[in-house]
Design a protein around this ligand. Structure first.
Ligand code: KIV
Length: 278
């Protein structure tokens, strides 16, 4: 907020109005320094529950808690001035009832300062989306491969192939009618993502979907090469920071073992005689 009380930076209505315009640039962040790097370049920064896998070493997103999302949300908030901040509601925090979802969404918004929450699911969760949006909680929806349903799907497979496409179309329409301001489409056939984008009037944000989507999102640790446990086909690596970091760590280890680090320029020395450090 500025002194006059108006909201600075991107808002959910700004994002909603970008339907069919220049594609929305979206990435995930979980820490202040990464949020600062993203802020100038992104329209939306998502504090995704992918944090459980890429930062905490969990094997799925199912073990992520509301407290983890709040802690990472607070860190990201400190790094953003421009981008819209969205926080994922984790597994178990919104499915039980619309009222339960509202309590948790209000806590996340109040304690992190985010402007919106993201929840996974289509038709089955649309009543909750309607309840939240009517009470001041902007919702980004997420259909297709919804990772919190990994056990129901039996893995991280492409969703919406063949006759299953109709289920994803219904999900997309249901969350749109319920008032979501944008929709993540994850790991579905390109043609289906294209049709849904043409069919609904809120921006679609693709991940493993289609260049026709109204925006794209990736997990920042995937695209930077910092998370290498597995690599879905939809990830384009824009850097190999993991490899660079490992080379730097190996060089440090060699320097320490050979007593090449610390060198004179890294020390607080009194006057010394030539030959003291040879
Ligand atoms: O948790 C996450 O990072 C996400 C994105 C992959 C869309 O949901």
């Amino acid at each position: 907020m500025s002194a006059a009380g108006e909201i600075k930076g991107m808002t959910p209505p700004d994002i909603r109005s970008r339907k069919g315009q220049t594609p929305l640039v979206c990435l995930t962040a979980y820490t202040t320094p990464v949020a600062r790097l993203l802020d100038r370049h992104c329209d939306i920064v998502l504090v995704g529950d992918s944090v459980g896998m890429v930062l905490h070493g969990l094997s799925s997103t199912l073990g992520v808690t509301l407290d983890m999302m709040i802690m990472h949300g607070q860190a990201v908030r400190r790094g953003l001035e421009h981008a819209l901040m969205v926080v994922d509601l984790p597994f178990g925090s919104y499915e039980e009832s619309p009222e339960h979802a509202f309590g948790n969404a209000a806590r996340v918004m109040g304690e992190t300062g985010c402007s919106a929450v993201k929840i996974e699911g289509g038709e089955t969760i649309s009543e909750t989306i309607r309840f939240l949006t009517a009470r001041g909680v902007p919702v980004m929806a997420h259909v297709g491969l919804t990772p919190q349903a990994v056990n129901t799907f039996g893995g991280y497979r492409v969703q919406g192939r063949g006759a299953d496409a109709e289920r994803i179309r219904r999900d997309a329409r249901a969350v749109t009618e319920a008032g979501a301001f944008s929709l993540v489409l994850e790991k579905i056939p390109e043609q289906l993502a294209r049709q849904i984008t043409a069919d609904i009037d809120i921006p679609t944000i693709g991940i493993g979907a289609s260049p026709a989507c109204d925006g794209q999102i990736l997990v920042s640790h995937d695209m930077l090469g910092l998370f290498t446990s597995f690599r879905p086909k939809f990830v384009k690596r824009y850097a190999e920071l993991g490899e660079q970091a490992e080379a730097a760590i190996a060089a440090y280890a060699t320097d320490v073992r050979n007593r090449h680090f610390p060198a004179v320029e890294h020390l607080y020395v009194n006057a010394f005689k030539a030959g003291d450090f040879t």
